[in-house]
Design a protein around this ligand. Structure first.
Ligand code: ZN
Length: 214
């Protein structure tokens, strides 16, 4: 009989799978943490898939602002995540970057994968949009996740206060109406996003000489 100790491998089936949601504003290191999490699990021989939607690279990749990156599966609106994962055979965990942009049904599919298929799901994303209103997928994650974590890497507004909100800036002006998801440029008005504190998100002051966020 194998002697168990604190260093023994965890027997499979010894615990329930988990759904965790890590959220924070732009630039707080979500994609970096997603890639680190994938590395840590893969290194222990666990089999995982990396998913994303609307990555900053414009392609099916998870890329971080500090230069890391890897290929990923793009979560199209029509993608059934349960069918996707079960088609791969044994999958131990999922890394779901930009989960705020998934459809609500797809978040429910993630919960199915946790409960019915024993897959650990680590989701990363924004909580709220440029109006400071929660994304529907993020709301569903708050409702369903076993654990919700606000990422601690602090992003600062130009004034030095903690940045909590993502502002959409069109032609140099903060806008408060429009489509919930706008990636990159639209038409001839360049769109960018900037993290602001609540006070400056409300006032619309963007600061002087703030480097343009992508
Ligand atoms: Zn501020």
């Amino acid at each position: 009989m194998t002697e168990l100790s604190a260093l023994s491998a965890v027997p499979s089936g010894a615990r329930d799978a988990v759904l965790k949601f890590y959220f924070g504003p732009m630039d707080c290191g979500k994609s970096t943490l997603a890639l680190q999490m994938n590395y840590n699990h893969a290194r222990q021989g666990r089999r995982g898939l990396v998913l994303t939607k609307h990555d900053r690279s414009g392609g099916p990749r998870v890329t971080s602002r500090i230069g890391l990156g890897r290929d990923a599966i793009e979560v199209e609106d029509s993608l059934d995540l349960v069918r996707l994962v079960t088609s791969y055979g044994q999958v131990d965990y999922l890394i779901c970057d930009e989960a705020c942009f998934y459809r609500v049904e797809q978040i429910e599919q993630l919960a199915d994968l946790v409960d019915e298929h024993g897959v650990d799901v680590y989701a990363f994303g924004l909580a709220s949009d440029f109006r400071s209103v929660m994304f529907p997928a993020a709301q569903r994650l708050f409702e369903l996740a076993d654990e919700v974590c606000r990422l601690q890497v602090e992003v600062l507004c130009w004034c030095g206060r903690p940045g909590q909100l993502n502002a959409r800036v069109v032609g140099g002006v903060l806008v408060r109406t429009g489509e919930q998801v706008v990636i990159g440029d639209t038409g001839d008005a360049p769109v960018r996003y900037q993290v602001l504190c609540r006070r400056h998100h409300r006032s619309g002051e963007l600061g002087e000489g703030t480097p343009a966020a992508r």
